[in-house]
Design a protein around this ligand. Structure first.
Ligand SMILES: Nc1ncnc2c1ncn2[C@@H]1O[C@H](COP(=O)(O)OP(=O)(O)OP(=O)(O)O)[C@@H](O)[C@H]1O
Ligand SMILES: [Mg+2]
Length: 256
């Protein structure tokens, strides 16, 4: 354990209290081992994601400096440098948020949140993108009018934005937001009429850096899940029978 070789820790067979201590230490080593590999994986993925925009920025900057690009291609190179810097900034912002959500840091401020208002604000924020892509939003969540959940409002807004911005990116023409309240449980679904989620991604969709061919950093849904779970809720993904992706949020109704 001291050398952090958690996978090499063996279970010592013993009876009584020593036996139960041995079992606890053994279980703990297993847990630490899993945590360790998850961290390693995260750093590997993160450095890979950061490297590719950096390489392309460096490549274009060098090419421009050395006069390899001329005329129009200088402008194009600069555009790429700018857009790749933007991509880097997004990745770093998302990674920082994830790290904060992971830590015990007190960044999560829970209070009753009116879901109706929250969804309204989310869709208002997404409106420019909806208009730009000519996508219709069909929303029916009036049942949430008097309903609150206990959550950090800004964070939950972020989770909704992440899911809805994906829907906008992948929808053909329509996005549907629907809500249902039953037995103290709120069910909120966001679906679209796009191509849907590739089957092979579905089991890992909420893992960090998992993304499709047309994906960006692959952190949006990992963030959404971390937030929803901190709110005591659940988020799941599936494909609709008619085609298109469907994301469901489940929350317990908060008292008051
Ligand atoms: N509504 C959707 N329809 C089809 N595929 C989707 C949908 N939402 C998500 N996906 C798939 O899930 C992947 C992961 O989504 P996620 O939001 O985590 O990452 P991303 O959108 O690629 O990047 P970002 O971190 O910028 O959000 C996407 O790359 C895409 O392939
Ligand atoms: Mg996304």
């Amino acid at each position: 354990m001291k050398g952090r070789q958690f996978s090499k820790v063996k279970l010592v067979k013993a009876g009584g209290e020593i036996g139960s201590v041995a079992q606890t230490v053994y279980d703990m080593a297993g847990e630490l081992d899993r945590f360790n590999s998850a961290q390693k994986q995260f750093f590997q993925n993160a450095s890979h994601e950061l490297k590719s925009p950096l390489m392309s920025i460096a490549g274009y900057a060098e090419g421009i400096r050395d006069g390899i690009f001329e005329g129009d291609s200088v402008r194009k190179g600069l555009d790429i440098i700018l857009s790749e810097s933007g991509r880097l900034r997004n990745i770093v912002t998302e990674m920082t948020l994830l790290a904060k959500l992971d830590s015990e840091e007190d960044i999560y401020k829970a209070a009753p949140v009116n879901l109706n208002e929250l969804i309204q604000e989310t869709t208002e924020r997404m409106n420019p993108q909806l208009v730009k892509k000519g996508i219709q939003l069909h929303a029916s969540y009036e049942v949430l009018d008097q309903i609150s959940v206990t959550a950090d409002r800004d964070k939950l807004l972020q989770a909704l934005l992440n899911v809805i911005s994906n829907a906008i990116r992948h929808a053909e023409r329509n996005i549907y937001i629907q809500a249902n309240v039953e037995k103290g449980q709120i069910q909120l679904t966001v679906s679209d009429d796009g191509k849907g989620i590739p089957e092979e991604l579905l089991p890992y969709l909420f893992h960090r850096f998992v993304k499709g061919k047309d994906g960006e950093s692959g952190l949006g849904l990992a963030i959404a899940r971390a937030i929803v779970e901190r709110c005591g809720g659940r988020i799941t993904a599936d494909n609709r029978r008619e085609g298109g992706a469907q994301f469901s949020f489940g929350f317990p109704v908060s008292a008051g």
